[in-house]
Design a protein around this ligand. Structure first.
Ligand code: ATP
Ligand code: MG
Length: 430
């Protein structure tokens, strides 16, 4: 993409009420726009990152049998009355129509998926038991969607939005064994998903609070801006929420010696919902003997926009963002220094080389993947070289291709790694 065509601009000014690092950086670099507290719009660069994150989630869930659907942001009050949650979920946004019909602005979708699935599971044949060895996946549906929660404090940028993005998956099983085995399987898939985004997660057991009375598992990433506190060990997979640490110690469980404490952000949460929702909506099926049975249900969330915030918090420095390649808006940002005081021949050569890299015609191995989809070419004519370099650091694409008189004198273009700061000349001119 040509930078000159991008409607957004980088800015030094961020309103003083924006205190979180992720939002400050993402606003400065032109990834998001603040609509109001806790509500952000995704701009071209930001949407590319969000889409990359959500596609990592999507591809991995498709591999474990997830079927993608898209439910609704607005839901009937009756469904929430049925589970008694209309009055107990404190973050529930409630809407009233011009005819005084009430709706929920969906914070999560158990109340919608349970009656929906009811229409499609009449028989035990509709609920295959999970069997990893033979590749049999259970009934699992998911969506990646915008959620709404009336959060009291929304001061952490994309970490805690009143409108935010979430993947939620729901699975249904004939047996508790199938559900529990799939729960473990999903745990492994989650680890892969976060790793692919560049996030190391610690898994902690947690009780689901308002959303479930069963045990659940949280996926925590160590991050100064996080709102949780965990105890963890680098050498073992021990990790727990700070509140339960003393209880775990008292229970006699062996505690690793290298325990540390850190702030963390919950990037995902998986739940065993038991039969609470299927009971409320009579989401039943008939077994082999034509007897009515209730399935076992699980629910699994990933905060995709929160993941973006955590990545921005972790992968950044005083100059700006430095995205992992898997989620970066572009793999390369190319900067051309066409200094009109220089002789025209050099300027022409710079543009010609940049053109061929941008069009994917470069023969250099390190630039094979360059094309208009992977390169953000800062072709702006009115902006100086120094400012372009600053913008490239702020925007944070993993690799910077610098085409200048100096690089040409060294035989080619400079390729700079935003993350390590290493740079070398890619020989182009024979
Ligand atoms: P928290 O404890 O941070 O309020 P939660 O436990 O209420 O979150 P869940 O219901 O478990 O959230 O939602 C699943 C995932 O959605 C969370 O693990 C988190 O990554 C993300 N999430 C939840 N609330 C928000 C929010 N307000 N803004 C952004 N992401 C969120
Ligand atoms: Mg949670």
């Amino acid at each position: 993409m040509l930078y000159s065509k991008l409607f957004t601009k980088t800015t030094k000014e961020v309103s003083s009420d924006e205190t979180s690092k992720n939002a400050q950086l993402l606003i400065q670099a032109g990834y998001i726009h603040k609509t109001m507290a806790g509500v952000y719009a995704f701009l071209p660069l930001g949407l590319r990152v969000l889409n990359n994150i959500e596609n990592i989630v999507r591809e991995n869930l498709n591999q474990i049998g997830g079927q993608e659907i898209l439910m609704n942001g607005i839901q009937p009050k009756a469904n929430w009355d049925k589970t008694g949650r209309w009055n107990t979920v404190d973050v529930l946004f409630k809407l009233s129509s011009q005819t005084n019909t009430e709706y929920a602005l969906a914070p999560t979708h158990e109340e919608q998926i349970s009656p929906l699935i009811k229409q499609y599971i009449s028989s035990y044949k509709d609920l295959p038991d999970f069997d990893e060895e033979n590749g049999v996946m259970p009934l699992a549906v998911y969506q990646i969607q915008t959620k709404y929660r009336d959060e009291l404090r929304a001061k952490s940028g994309l970490l805690r939005g009143r409108e935010f993005r979430m993947k939620d998956m729901y699975d249904f099983h004939k047996t508790k064994e199938s559900q529990e085995a799939y729960f473990e399987y999903i745990t492994q898939t989650y680890i892969t998903i976060y790793n692919q985004m560049g996030l190391k997660v610690y898994i902690v057991d947690a009780s689901g609070g308002n959303f479930s009375d069963k045990l659940s598992r949280e996926f925590q990433v160590i991050c100064d801006a996080g709102e949780d506190l965990i105890k963890y060990s680098e050498t073992t997979n021990f990790a727990c929420n700070i509140e339960v640490f003393e209880d775990i110690k008292a229970s006699g469980k062996e505690i690793p010696v290298d325990i540390q404490e850190a702030k963390s952000a919950e990037v995902g949460n998986i739940f065993d919902l038991g039969q609470k929702w299927v009971k409320a909506f009579d989401t039943s099926y008939t077994d082999k003997n034509n007897k009515k049975e209730l399935p076992w249900m699980g629910c699994h969330g990933i905060g995709t926009s929160r993941c973006m915030a955590v990545i921005a918090e972790i992968y950044s420095d005083e100059n700006g963002l430095k995205w992992p390649e898997s989620v970066a808006p572009f793999k390369y940002q190319m900067i051309t220094n066409v200094n009109h005081k220089d002789d025209q021949k050099i300027n022409n050569q710079i543009v010609k080389i940049a053109q061929s890299i941008y069009q994917g015609e470069s023969e250099a191995e390190d630039l094979f993947e360059a094309n208009p989809e992977t390169v953000l070419w800062d072709d702006r004519e009115s902006v100086g070289f120094g400012e372009k370099l600053k913008d490239a650091d702020l925007i944070g694409c993993p690799l910077q291709i610098i085409v200048s008189k100096r690089s040409l004198e060294q035989g080619g273009v400079e390729l700079k790694n935003r993350y390590t700061g290493d740079s070398n000349i890619i020989q182009i001119i024979e």
